[in-house]
Ligand binder design. Structure first.
Ligand SMILES: [Zn+2]
Length: 388
């Protein structure tokens, strides 16, 4: 039996029917300029240096530290100095934390181009200071490998902070102190488990999936704003381009069966960790791991739609966001020690590989997005951390 869902190449009939290319982008970023391969280190550095040289009054760049293989990790700041006393929101965007998710980096490089070159976006800088870390895991990216050079998953390292890349990005993040943070990723549309579903397997049909926090220790108002304002607006932007989206799902084995889970609340991963600092944080996943450059412009369009939607939402609601973050910072809710995910029957869309049709797939969903507390304590006044 041919198990298509385990293949690393997307069957052409699926691309043709469900992921037609969007050809509205110019070939102006490194990976778009060439037929094969993705942005390499030299191209990344040249691209950034060109922007700094062309717009010295707006753009500055810096190195936040070094990768394990000794590559300096660049960050770019786009900040418009103005004489007026407008309080500006700080927005942090990062990509390439997993090295095999190339459209995350390329979307950010294209976003940099548009915000600088396209007059339609310039106004955003009147109320927003922007920090962009386009290739957070350089060693992994250059090998098209998810992990850092020592095998660590950098998006599971936010609490232990073991990798030098994590230390460097934490320092830069804390220094910039963003109000809004957006982490660009890609996901694998052909998972191993998917081969066992339906007759000859299924593939995930969503152009974008949103993974924002369900962590109950993130203040309720912050969780609401992320979900009903920022992510809701981003979904509308994707609708305009006819791009499919939903809340993040992945398959998982549960007592020998394949179930699905949705949402996330572990502080080890970026969007939860950032939201626990009372920031408006979201991670999103573009459909792209393991399919090379298939539908690459469509994937970059997905990244741009979400990225610009977040910037516009921040711009249009800046006063509200300042107020709400103040409310979150002054709140003294109980601390949730343990939680459980809610479990329910759910219907997800899937591409049936045999028939090449979009089908409704009924599954058991384990939701971190709708988790509930099973034990709580009063918020401590202080924490004492003993020296070992
Ligand atoms: Zn990722």
């Amino acid at each position: 039996m041919v198990v298509s869902a385990q293949l690393n190449q997307e069957p052409k009939k699926i691309t043709k029917k469900f992921f037609s290319e969007l050809n509205n982008l110019e070939n102006i970023t490194p990976a778009l300029k060439k037929k094969k391969g993705f942005t390499n280190y030299q191209e990344l550095m040249t691209y950034i240096e060109e922007k700094v040289q062309k717009y010295p009054e707006l753009v500055s760049s810096n190195f936040i530290g070094e990768s394990q293989k000794g590559k300096k990790i660049p960050i770019l700041y786009i900040i418009k100095n103005s004489d007026d006393d407008i309080k500006k929101l700080r927005v942090w965007m990062q990509g390439g934390l997993h090295g095999n998710e190339p459209a995350s980096t390329e979307s950010l490089l294209y976003l940099i181009h548009l915000i600088l070159e396209n007059p339609a976006y310039k106004y955003l800088l009147d109320k927003i200071d922007l920090a962009i870390l386009p290739m957070a895991n350089i060693d992994g990216f250059l090998k098209n490998d998810r992990y850092a050079a020592n095998g660590l998953d950098l998006n599971r390292d936010h609490t232990k902070i073991m990798a030098p890349e994590t230390k460097a990005s934490k320092r830069a993040f804390a220094k910039f102190d963003p109000h809004v943070a957006l982490d660009f990723h890609e996901y694998r549309p052909f998972r191993k488990d998917f081969a066992q579903l339906s007759t000859f397997g299924i593939s995930n049909p969503y152009d974008v999936m949103f993974l924002h926090t369900g962590n109950l220790n993130v203040p309720e108002n912050i969780r609401q704003i992320i979900d009903t304002l920022f992510v809701a607006n981003a979904k509308k932007s994707l609708d305009k381009l006819n791009l499919r989206h939903r809340h993040y799902i992945k398959s998982e084995k549960y007592k020998g069966e394949i179930h699905f889970s949705t949402g996330s609340n572990t502080a080890r991963s970026s969007s939860n960790f950032y939201a626990l600092n009372n920031g408006i944080a979201t991670l999103f996943e573009i459909r792209g791991v393991g399919i090379g450059k298939t539908s690459f412009k469509r994937r970059i369009n997905s990244g741009l739609a979400v990225g610009f939607s977040f910037l516009k939402t921040a711009y249009e609601n800046s006063n509200f966001i300042f107020e709400q973050i103040d409310i979150a910072n002054s709140q003294s809710n109980d601390i949730v020690l343990q939680h459980e995910r809610s479990i329910y029957e759910d219907i997800i869309k899937a591409i049936d590989i045999e028939s090449n049709e979009l089908i409704d797939f009924t599954t058991t969903m384990h939701s971190s997005k709708d988790s509930y507390a099973i034990s709580k304590i009063d918020r401590p006044l202080v924490y004492i951390i003993k020296k070992k």
